[in-house]
Design a binder for this molecule. Structure first.
Ligand SMILES: [Fe+2]
Length: 270
């Protein structure tokens, strides 16, 4: 019998999962319950975890097989499927709303972040429901978006190793509205800087439209803001959300998150 508990954290999205020690294997029923909980709540929080890199990889595979990340210069030594989010190795917090790795034909179903070192204040992670964003759009705009696609590649302006650029720069087309494969609902789906353009639009008009959409769609009512505690594991469903980091913390303190992304389906609108 599973002792799993699911406690919503916000009116629109996010739930805290209790009764799970991610160091231990979960049975098939529990795995299915967690898969369903992620599809329903779009962001799951497991508190007070204490994981080695291999235990964390094992835990991530509850949600899918871990996949390679394209900023390989930030990968953990000996565990290349774990990326380090750490300003001390020259990274800027990803403060713009986005969803991960849209330049993959099958982008990650979920992104997992594990709070290994967290600042005393600030440095949170926000997650917005793009399912709620879709529902709130006027019908004619829902219809318009359903007819559009984006073309995605690795940004030119960010540091990436030549070998990663080589592997991950082929243009990948995705629908701007995608249907969640587990939940069956629709969500708005795009990445402002990875999309070079929207079908039939110039790069400039595309960028302007996507930025305007984000400004109009992402309101506090559809955002769960995660305040990090050491030992938190946050699982973000990339099929129905966008997320962003907050750089509002004291840089003399350390903020270290271990990131794993897990395999997902090719985005489809059905
Ligand atoms: Fe991200």
């Amino acid at each position: 019998m599973s002792t799993l508990t699911i406690t919503p954290l916000h009116a629109t999205l996010g739930a805290e999962i209790g009764g799970i020690d991610l160091r231990k294997p979960v049975d098939e029923d529990t795995r299915q319950e967690l898969t369903r909980a992620l599809a329903d709540h779009l962001a799951l929080v497991f508190r007070d975890q204490s994981l080695t890199p291999s235990q964390y990889l094992e835990a991530a595979s509850i949600f899918g097989p871990p996949m390679e990340q394209h900023y390989s210069q930030h990968n953990m030594q000996d565990y290349p499927l774990i990326g380090l989010i750490w300003h001390r190795n020259g990274q800027q917090p990803a403060e713009r709303w986005h969803t991960d790795h849209t330049n993959r034909e099958r982008p990650p179903a979920a992104t997992m972040l594990y709070g290994v070192e967290v600042p005393t204040e600030g440095g949170g992670t926000s997650v917005a429901s793009m399912r709620a964003a879709y529902r709130a759009l006027p019908e004619d705009e829902q219809r318009r978006l359903a007819s559009l696609t984006t073309f995605n590649t690795l940004e030119r302006e960010y540091d990436a190793r030549p070998e990663d650029r080589e592997k991950y720069s082929r243009p990948i087309e995705h629908p701007m509205i995608r249907t969640h494969p587990v939940h069956g609902s629709r969500a708005v789906y795009f990445h402002v800087t990875k999309a070079t353009h929207i079908s039939g639009m110039t790069p400039e008009a595309s960028r302007e439209y996507m930025s305007d959409l984000i400004d109009r769609m992402i309101r506090p009512e559809i955002v769960y803001h995660h305040v990090w505690r050491k030992g938190d594991v946050l699982v973000i469903d990339n099929r129905g959300t966008m997320h962003r980091a907050h750089g509002d913390y004291d840089r003399s303190q350390s903020r270290v998150l271990w990131r794993i992304i897990v395999e997902g389906d090719r985005p489809r609108l059905v």
